[in-house]
Write a protein that binds this ligand. Structure first.
Ligand code: B4P
Length: 195
């Protein structure tokens, strides 16, 4: 198996690049944002709870997202690998993910970290808010709250994987295609080293 994490602040292009990467490498896409939005659209109790946090730009509690990821891993026993998008977002989530993958004897191979300036992030999310219908995109105050959550709780997740030499920073500004090429070149290098 080949497991990777696509990491970066809100609006850095994780969702955008994930779509292209799963197609190229045949990985199973696990986006906690998408899983949570699916719960919200089905009006489940989990979705109702998550919505209260997401609408304010806050992270959903760790136990909720860890439970969702654990179920998703169990539901997909025969995949080539997982692309984790938007997870882990706290150190607690990172430790839980390591334990879940240890049980499967297939650790994270690489964390690709997208680097984008704060002005560019806000501009992208405000623009997406004009059409996405996402309640967390259509208010600049909520977008700023998401970036604060990222700086306070999520940025440290990169340190967790730096300790095991798994983090590769990739400049996330430029065309979607240019960034995709850079990500592929890192993954191809890691895949070649694995065989
Ligand atoms: P997510 O769904 O993960 O959303 P996101 O951080 O906003 O990033 P996304 O992947 O959607 O955007 P992208 O950068 O691709 O999280 C939403 C919320 O869910 C969180 O705030 C939190 O409340 C909750 N949540 C999710 N996971 C959680 C977890 N593990 N723990 C706790 N809570 C959790 O794209 C942004 C925009 O940029 C798009 O419009 C795109 O078209 C554009 N774009 C992309 N690449 C570009 C480029 N190169 N140039 C110009 N524009 C570009």
């Amino acid at each position: 198996m080949f497991n990777l994490i696509l990491f970066g602040p809100p609006g850095s292009g994780k969702g955008t690049q994930s779509e292209k990467l799963i197609e190229r490498y045949g990985l199973k896409h696990l986006s906690t944002g998408d899983l949570l939005r699916s719960e919200i659209s089905r009006y489940t109790p989990l979705g109702q709870e998550a919505k209260n946090f997401m609408d304010k730009g806050e992270l959903v509690p760790d136990e909720v997202v860890i439970g969702m990821i654990s179920s998703a891993l169990d539901e997909n026993p025969k995949v080539r690998g997982f692309l984790f998008d938007g997870f882990p977002r706290t150190s607690t989530q990172a430790e839980a993910l390591d334990k879940l993958l240890d049980l499967k004897k297939s650790p994270i191979e690489v964390m690709l970290a997208l680097d984008v300036s704060e002005e560019e992030l806000v501009a992208r999310l405000v623009k997406r808010g004009e059409t996405s219908g996402r309640s967390d995109d259509n208010n600049e105050q909520v977008i700023r709250a998401r970036l604060t959550e990222y700086n306070n709780k999520t940025a440290a997740v990169a340190d967790h994987y730096t300790q095991s030499n798994k983090v590769v920073m990739v400049k996330g500004e430029g065309s979607v295609e240019e960034i995709f090429k850079k990500l592929c070149s890192v993954i191809d290098g890691r895949l070649a080293a694995k065989v």
